[in-house]
Design a binder for this molecule. Structure first.
Ligand SMILES: Cc1ncc(COP(=O)(O)O)c(C=O)c1O
Length: 498
């Protein structure tokens, strides 16, 4: 039986068609269906594999395009894209830093990339060693005892942490119902609390932008399962009273959950475990150079103190007395939180980042992140409002409150004008407790020249005409859209001229 030709004629060769025999090919118009060709194995007529009544009569109407046109299409699209490979991306809280190509290279090694997740432990000892060592490295960085690598994002880590809290308290005979969260918290925190079946209790920030400890004490009782905090917090400020907060929460039997979104600010300098936290998630895609990838796949491992280790999700790679790794599920495990072993290639990227930097290098990451943020904060003093104008950590919050009152320039206008200036916009209108917030995180990977250019652009925008800014951006493929309406009335269209 000879392979049949492609279903429809095209002017240029179809990708791969001329080179290698493909696994199966579409039938030509006269034939009933595909012929199955498996290199080196016997060949079968389709009827021998699939009952006749289920076979397709006509070729599937799959669009065909030449390789040349396809490459041109995606190259054009890529030129319209803004990314961390192109320039600064000061998206506060989200930590969009440059990801070294070394990490991609490491994760692309065939010995890692070509392994099926279902391959037995005997054949994947190298992978298991990598995962076990990554767990240990993350525990060393956070001051924790054991970790799970399964959660695929920070928010998934949050839910995992809350399920761990539930398991802990339930075994002690009082499942508890409340989780305390500061009013500056990221939106995923209260969302995870609701998803985890708890009720959110909000604690206000004080004039310093830190947790109001007196107000926290008023909210603590034996129905509080725990508190979720990020430190530095979402204003980029270090929670100075963290030891007092930890003692107060532990006093009522609650647990402390560390939202590790801002861990790049303290890497190698201090550890959540030393601050009194019991459960920590890390956004490997923020702290350890893994692409965010449009909502995933990221990696949000969760590390815990010794008393919570038996509840961790499983299976985990454990080194046996025989010197071999085996998959083991902890004795009181809450179960799986992700299929297979999490987003394994993202984990390999993070591991290569940790090894490439080493302990000292990770500390330098934090120092550079903090230095860059404070340089830019100082540069913008007197140009934008700085509601908490004191030394920040890796990010800071500015505001256009005065500019809005004076000439109608809002945070949204600044963000849109910045796109015209050739930068990505910062996070805007977050945290919610700051009016017209611009949350700026330059990240550790930007050079002084880039910071200067970003500072100059932000100054030009503040000094510019607000009416003009209302129409920005004019230089991007898509101009200003009504985002609220677009989210509610999505009209997907395809422009055939693209
Ligand atoms: C403070 C904070 N917590 C949690 C998250 C959620 O992390 P992820 O986007 O990985 O789900 C983010 C994300 O930006 C964050 O900034």
């Amino acid at each position: 039986m000879s392979p049949s030709a492609g279903g429809r004629a095209t002017s240029a060769p179809i990708m791969g068609r001329d080179a290698e025999p493909t696994l199966f090919e579409l039938s030509s118009p006269g034939r009933r269906a595909a012929s199955f060709r498996t290199t080196g194995l016997p060949e079968w007529e389709p009827e021998e594999l699939v009952p006749g009544g289920h076979l397709r009569g006509e070729p599937a109407p799959i669009a065909e395009i030449s390789e040349r046109d396809l490459v041109a299409h995606f190259t054009r699209l890529s030129h319209r894209q803004y990314s961390v490979d192109l320039g600064a991306y000061p998206l506060g809280s989200c930590t969009m830093k440059y990801n070294p190509k070394l990490c991609d290279d490491a994760a692309s090694l065939p010995g890692l990339a070509d392994v099926h997740p279902a391959a037995p432990a005997a054949l994947t000892q190298g992978w298991m060693e990598l995962l076990a060592e990554l767990e240990q490295a993350l525990c060393r960085v956070t001051g924790m005892h054991a970790a799970t690598l399964q959660p695929p994002a920070g928010a998934a880590g949050e839910l995992t942490g809350l399920l761990l809290m539930r398991a802990w308290h339930t075994e002690r005979g009082n499942p508890r119902h409340k989780i305390v969260i500061p009013d500056s918290a990221h939106g995923t925190n209260p969302a995870s609390v609701t998803l985890g079946g708890y009720e959110t209790v909000t604690v206000p920030s004080d004039h310093r932008g830190l947790v109001d400890v007196a107000a926290l004490r008023e909210r603590l009782d034996d129905d509080v399962a725990g508190i979720m905090l990020t430190n530095p917090n979402t204003l980029g400020l270090f929670e100075e009273d963290i030891a007092e907060i930890a003692a107060a929460v532990h006093e009522v039997g609650g647990l402390l959950y560390y939202d590790g979104a801002n861990l790049n600010a303290i890497l190698g300098v201090t550890r959540p475990g030393d601050m009194g936290f019991d459960i920590v998630h890390m956004n490997l895609h923020k702290t350890f150079a893994v692409p965010h990838g449009g909502g995933g796949p990221g990696a949000g491992p969760v590390a815990v103190s010794e008393r919570l280790a038996p509840y961790l999700p499983g299976p985990r790679p454990v080194l046996g007395d025989d010197g071999a790794y085996a998959w083991q599920t902890p004795s009181k495990s809450i179960g799986r939180v992700h299929s297979w072993h999490g987003n394994a290639l993202a984990l390999a990227r993070a591991y290569s980042y940790i090894l490439a930097n080493g302990g000292d290098g990770l500390r330098r990451v934090a120092e550079a992140a903090v230095l860059n943020a404070n340089w830019l904060r100082t540069r913008l003093r007197g140009i934008y409002d700085l509601p908490y104008d004191r030394p920040a950590m890796h990010e800071f919050v500015a505001s256009t409150s005065t500019l809005k009152k004076g000439k109608g320039l809002r945070a949204l206008d600044v963000a849109k004008r910045l796109l015209e200036e050739g930068f990505h916009a910062p996070t805007v209108y977050f945290p919610l407790i700051v009016d017209e917030a611009l949350m700026i995180e330059p990240t550790e990977t930007e050079s002084l020249q880039t910071l200067e250019a970003l500072g100059d652009a932000l100054e030009r925008i503040a000094a510019g005409d607000a009416d003009n800014a209302h129409h920005a951006p004019r230089t991007t493929p898509v101009r200003r859209v009504d985002e609220a309406r677009a989210a509610r009335q999505l009209i997907p269209t395809w422009d055939s001229r693209e």
